[in-house]
Ligand binder design. Sequence first.
Ligand code: KE4
Length: 421
Amino acid sequence: MKYEKSHRLYDKAVTLMPGGVNSPVRAYGSVGMKPLFIERAEGSKIYDADGNEYIDYVCSWGPCILGHGHPAVIKAVKNACDKGLTYGAPTEKEVILSSMIRELMPSMEMVRMVNSGTEAVMSAIRTARGYTGRDMIVKFKGCYHGHSDGLLVKAGSAALTSAVPDSGGVPKAYTDNTLIALYNDEASVSRLFEKYGDNIACVIVEPVAANMGVVPPKKGFLEFLRSITHKYASVLIFDEVITGFRLGLGGAQEYFGVKPDMTTLGKIVGGGMPMAVYGGRRDIMECVSPVGNVYQAGTLSGNPIATAAGIATLRVLMDAPAIYDEIKVKAEKIAAALRSTGVYVNQIGSLLSGFFTDRRVIDYDSAVSSDTEKYADFFKYLLSNGIYTAPSQYEAMFVSSAHSDEDIDKTCKIIKNFGAE
Ligand code: KE4
């Protein structure tokens, strides 16, 4: 593969943008090579600036469940563009999309549209704090919920419970109310509630963790979170930015049968356009301005182009729910190919991660036992063979409805040859 144009663009980009990118993971930092610059994408394929073709399993980190450039989505976006790009006023599309979301996820009785998952999570937490009058929040080590200050934390010295900033520029005070528990570890949650329960506004969790690689909840974990938050009158927030409309039309909350108080959505809900949503119980969401005193606003929130893309995407999925089983079966084939090479795999629906470790990956500590050097070698091997996966061990592979059986068979063949060369 030639990467000359990507490298030329990168050498210029790094003089203009930090790391030459607009989001850090795109910089290929953990795989030790200059990043590819992408020219275009179509269906299951992505094409770099040098014209190299790849089968794409990043899918823009999740939004492209229908692949790239689905005709119905493109048509809806083009039609919307003909009517202008933004009005800063309510539109019928926001009513339609809100109705679809509530129909598919009944726990989201009322929603507010924003522009990114970060904004959705930041606003959901502010709303939970406003509703409960409490300050503390619980998140899980290894879960990522966007880059709002109070969530950029790592375990402090105090036996894990307290948090300290995990990023420059975040004042210590901004993380004092963030408590850290361990994913799939009920006792770590119970300890926090026993000590702080009456001041915990919310627990926020990825119902399937996908930012330490894919780590599904162990049996009963989500039910436990539902029970303990009920007991202490804390708000349970499912961050379904990745799992929403990915695990099925009702997301993880339908898949596992656990009803949160609030949910955040992103990625698929915008069909590839900048769009995210937070919402939940009506009595909680009625705390949000202009009805309640929790302020939140956005110039491009509910943008007519983004809502058009979201509506079109959900309509395709609602008209063809068989897509979910089809992409699950395809993901299972890739998982089997990875396992045949000795890689540990977590796969749920069309979401999967291969871990280079001999441990079962069931939580953060087992996830980070992975050999990231070996992952980097695997990434580069796949890339050189026309397979585009995440340039980080701690991301997920996504399968779309555009991935053909031929794509899957080719991918599995290449995976099985890893190390054979
Ligand atoms: P955004 O602000 O990037 O739209 O969403 C933040 C977010 C919130 N919640 C979950 C569960 C998420 O996975 C994310 C963002 N996901 C990452 C990939 N794991 C986005 C990719 C990137 O940062 O460039």
